[in-house]
Design a protein around this ligand. Sequence first.
Ligand code: GLA
Length: 391
Amino acid sequence: MGASAVADVADVAERFREQYGAEPEGVWAAPGRVNLIGEHTDYNDGFVMPFALPHTTIAAVSRRTDGVLRLHSADVEGGAVELTLDSLAPESDRHWTAYPAGVVWALREVGHTAITGADVHLASTVPTGAGLSSSAALEVVVALALNDLYELGLRGWQLARLCQRAENVYVGAPTGIMDQTASACCEAGHALFLDTRDLSQRQIPFDLAAEGMRLLVVDTRVKHAHSDGEYGKRRAGCEKGAALLGVDALRDVPYDGLDAALARLGDEEEVRRLVRHIVTENERVERVVSLLQAGDTRAIGPVLVEGHASLRDDFRISCPELDLVVDTALGAGAVGARMTGGGFGGSAIVLIEAADEETVTKAVEEAFATAGFTAPRVFAAVPAAGARRLM
Ligand code: GLA
């Protein structure tokens, strides 16, 4: 996927001209992400640690003054979709256009009514349905473009909040804040240590090449979907756990108070499992941060593996393909591996010594072929830049 990860800016601007018959006022990019550690903690006010991929969604955008929003994508058949700003309403759109339209709706809803329309042409290299946050990239790129063009003065984390609102309310998917913040705020060469309670951030240097290491992303090609209910069920279960324990969010259950919390939950077995995952996962994020800051990158491997076991056995959101990636990669010498993102398909990450790239990749591909699974898509990921203006 190397070179093709980056779409051609001039090409996107040219397609805008073809579509709308004028120059775009600007061109912006927002990346997809992988999450190093901290899964399903974001709607529990916990910690996450994503980094941006080189794969981006690019938007060429111009303002309009007539209350019309036109949306066109190079990745979808057909012409531009035309919407009027006054008709934008939550859960009224089941197509890809709900993401960018939802962002416009969310911005206007909090008072940015200076937005009077836009022409948007989009092109993306973020794989869709692969758990790599193609939707967040789509939301954030539109939010950033409008923020710049309409001079709204919003910071990255504020754009992320509005994009999350677009996804939760307009699209109707009950996701947390991680993906949008990653897309808006990540920096090249770093993983983002984010406290999702107050959105405070620390950029943690994550230069695997300097350590002779690599991180592979393995897209299992099993399409995940958030709106199919399982994600929402986990979220509701976590909220039930917090209510039973009398805390605002599971973030408030300290790691050294876990046994006592589990004892208090008595025979609520399912809630106990969810609570155990969230509390231990927050501790794993803190451990990974400490290890990286101590320069002990290899030592994060076992922590990733623990995280996978917790998602598989306690949170129960893995699938045979994800487990096969993890088991096969570890068997072939990987330093660590785990599923990443929402689960039920999507991608896994594999931490390896650079010299083992071919062996591990081949082992995973062969295991998939033997199991009769669709061939996975494997690429090495280097932490890339967050959302930015290109032109
Ligand atoms: C999806 C959601 C995020 C987060 C992850 C799991 O990517 O969009 O908010 O909950 O799943 O960590």
